[in-house]
Design a protein around this ligand. Structure first.
Ligand SMILES: Cc1cc2nc3c(=O)[nH]c(=O)nc-3n(C[C@H](O)[C@H](O)[C@H](O)COP(=O)(O)OP(=O)(O)OC[C@H]3O[C@@H](n4cnc5c(N)ncnc54)[C@H](O)[C@@H]3O)c2cc1C
Length: 387
């Protein structure tokens, strides 16, 4: 039986595997990470490459190591120095620097050797831990961390689903099977946040004049997707003191600047529009008709738009991640959930003895930043506190 099994080997799971083995000195043969992708951070790399983004939204301290200075230290090494590339404010690293630093950590600490290929499909309590059913057999561990969010569930508006079912050239940027490339004809990018803006700008630079960005609202400018006070006592003290989970959910919803982007992304978007390489519309899809390979859209304003391809940058589903197998475990073991279906956990993020959460499953305890990089840093400190 393993000591620790982490379900999900993306940003959160990989961070936790480093944290447990190096910071908390759990022997490496006692820690495993279950994930359906052979390589760590597979979805992160795919999604970020698809957007064409150059810089992270997070500061450099929010890196894959528990040492906040690890990425800066890396830029002073022979390997890292040529990649030292940041954008101000807050010293946000380039995607290339972040990814190379992450890969360096994975190799240095042999984190890929901790991985087990597979997908969790069931969770059963044992006398001294948990049995995890997977598509590759069963695993047993004294402690299990559920370290996945909704990154496998891109959000599709109903009209888009219907058009897709009719055979239209319509994709979600966060579909693991979709790789963004230029395609002949016109592309419409749909979405109001940072990802939509970055994708549309990148596409417009590659195929000038044949890209439209359709946003429901004008750009909402926020440096981060929630205020910095949500990682300090400024907002968190009040959040922790409130034992009402419906109110906590309300605080999370209002704190998250959904569909927002930092000023530098807005500047690039505006420059692309001003130079005439990108068409930006503030409007909403009312109806879509697919005919002879073309998509004909009617917008709420009454305007119409014709396109050859649609790329959705509409984020992820917001309901509790996990699906049917987690529903079954919740039912079987009476795992406590709030009205919104999300776990009620203790301060150590413990849902039931030996069962811990990170990412959006920890949202009601960690707050609005739970899904982000800083969220796993906060989660690891909580989970590791008792070790
Ligand atoms: C384009 C983009 C840019 C972003 N930029 C930032 C940023 O600058 N700063 C920031 O803080 N956040 C950023 N985010 C948010 C960021 O993606 C998340 O903070 C982070 O990737 C979430 O990590 P994760 O481990 O939860 O998800 P992932 O990295 O997607 O990993 C989850 C893993 O769990 C696996 N999994 C799911 N279900 C199961 C199962 N049943 N069994 C086994 N494995 C399973 C998945 O296959 C996946 O490999 C960005 C997101 C995107 C899409």
């Amino acid at each position: 039986m393993l000591d620790w099994l982490i379900i999900g080997g993306g940003i959160h799971g990989t961070y936790l595997s480093l944290y447990l083995t190096r910071r908390r000195r759990i022997p490496a043969d006692q820690v495993r990470v279950l994930d359906p992708h052979p390589q760590p951070l597979a979805l992160w790399q795919h999604f970020t490459a698809n957007t064409g983004m150059s810089y992270l939204r997070s500061p450099h301290a929010h890196n894959l190591h528990y040492d906040p200075f690890s990425l800066i230290t890396f830029t002073r090494t022979n390997d890292g120095q040529p990649l030292a590339d940041f954008i101000e404010p807050y010293g946000r690293p380039s995607l290339q620097l972040f990814n190379t630093h992450s890969q360096t950590l994975i190799e240095r600490y042999h984190l890929d050797e901790l991985r087990l290929l597979g997908r969790a499909t069931g969770l059963h309590r044992l006398a001294e831990g948990w049995q995890v059913a997977t598509n590759n057999g069963t695993l047993e561990a004294r402690n299990v961390i559920l370290a996945f969010s909704n990154t496998e569930r891109p959000y599709w508006p109903d009209w888009a689903r219907t058009a897709q079912a009719e055979g239209a050239n319509i994709h979600h940027l966060f579909d693991p099977a979709f790789t963004r490339a230029t395609s002949p004809g016109h592309t419409l990018v749909v979405g109001g946040g940072i990802t939509a803006a970055q994708t549309a700008t990148a596409l417009a630079l590659e195929s000038s004049g044949s890209v439209t960005l359709l946003m429901r609202h004008p750009p909402r400018i926020h440096q981060f997707d929630s205020d910095l006070g949500w990682i300090t006592h400024q907002h968190l003290d009040g959040f922790y003191q409130d034992a009402d989970y419906a109110r906590r959910r309300h605080l999370i919803r209002t704190a998250r600047h959904r569909g927002s982007m930092p000023p530098d992304v807005v500047r690039e978007l505006e420059a692309a529009v001003q130079h005439g390489i990108l068409d930006q519309r503030i409007d909403e899809v009312k109806a879509v008709r697919y005919q002879h390979g073309k998509l004909y859209l009617t917008l709420e304003s009454g305007d119409t738009l014709t396109t050859d391809r649609i790329i959705l940058a509409t984020g992820f589903e917001t309901s509790r991640p996990g699906g049917a197998w987690l529903d079954a475990a919740i039912k079987a073991y009476g795992l406590p959930v709030a009205e919104d279906g999300f776990p009620i956990v203790d301060q150590r993020l413990c849902w039931s003895e030996g069962l811990f959460v990170s990412g959006s499953l920890a949202e009601l305890e960690i707050g609005p930043v739970a899904r982000n990089f800083i969220g796993v840093k906060l989660a690891a400190e909580r989970i590791g506190a008792g070790l």
